[in-house]
Design a protein around this ligand. Structure first.
Ligand code: 13P
Length: 249
């Protein structure tokens, strides 16, 4: 944790949830929110942002999982940052490795999307993280530093943007980096944020994501400069998500 920074515990539901089960899960999450130190964020499928807004009633923030970089236009199947905001979102996850890989999203495109998010009044949660090959070759920090350089727009610091470190090989695998590896990566990321955004960079939230579970959350959230978590699978079980949130203090 970074002293003075409120932790952010974010659930990325990915492509899971129809109205009935999504509302039931959201109700269970909302019931556990009062009294937590951490801010809670749920990023459901875009179809559920509007139905979940009254369930959360501000006690849990909502976010999208992606947006287009254009404000509007002929982009069949895409969604704009303003549409997410209009539906009730305050945040948007950008540059998730599943999108970087499946849709070949470059860091430059992620940067353009983050600019669009800022323009619409959304807080971007920009994901970075190395593939396993780069970790094995000892290049993990170099790859993540380059992704940060290319993905974070000017104005990101002033807007309180969030960066999530998600090693690609740790997502959905049950494997996590060692605590020392996470600590080294987050220290590098903090130094980079401070160098880029000066004083604002020192207070931005850095999340860790990749196989965060109730059983490892206390240890991961105790690492310096880990200011919260971005959670996939465990966010689909309310009790697991809330247990991770309680581990943030
Ligand atoms: P898991 O928690 O399922 O590993 O997913 C992490 C993730 O991709 C969150 O964005």
């Amino acid at each position: 944790m970074t002293p003075g920074v409120r932790p952010l515990i974010a659930g990325n539901w990915k492509m899971h949830g129809l109205a009935a089960d999504g509302v039931a899960l959201a109700q269970a999450v909302a019931a556990g929110a009062p009294g937590l130190k951490a801010e809670l964020l749920i990023c459901p499928p875009a179809t559920l942002i509007s139905p979940l807004a009254p369930v959360f009633a501000g006690a849990v923030a909502l976010g999208g999982q992606d947006c287009h970089e254009a404000a509007k236009g002929a982009h069949t199947g895409d969604i704009s940052a303003a549409m997410l905001k209009d539906a009730g979102a305050a945040y948007v996850v950008l540059g998730h490795s599943e999108r970087r890989m499946a849709y070949r999203e470059s860091s430059h495109r992620v940067c353009a999307k983050a600019e669009a998010a800022l323009a619409a009044g959304l807080t971007p949660v920009v994901c970075v993280g190395e593939p396993e090959d780069d970790r094995l070759l000892g290049r993990a920090e170099e790859v993540v530093a380059e992704q940060m350089t290319e993905s974070l727009p000017a104005g990101f610091g002033a807007a309180g943007g969030v960066v999530a470190y998600e090693p690609v090989w740790a997502i959905g695998t049950g494997r996590t980096p060692t605590e020392a590896n996470i600590a080294a990566m987050h220290a590098m990321m903090r130094a980079k944020l401070s160098a880029t955004f000066q004083a604002e960079g020192a207070g931005l939230r850095l999340l860790y994501g990749g196989s965060v579970k109730p059983g490892n959350a206390v240890a991961i959230l105790a690492i310096p400069h880990v200011d919260g978590a971005l959670i996939g699978g465990a966010s689909l079980v309310a009790e697991d998500f809330l247990a991770i949130a309680r581990a943030a203090g």
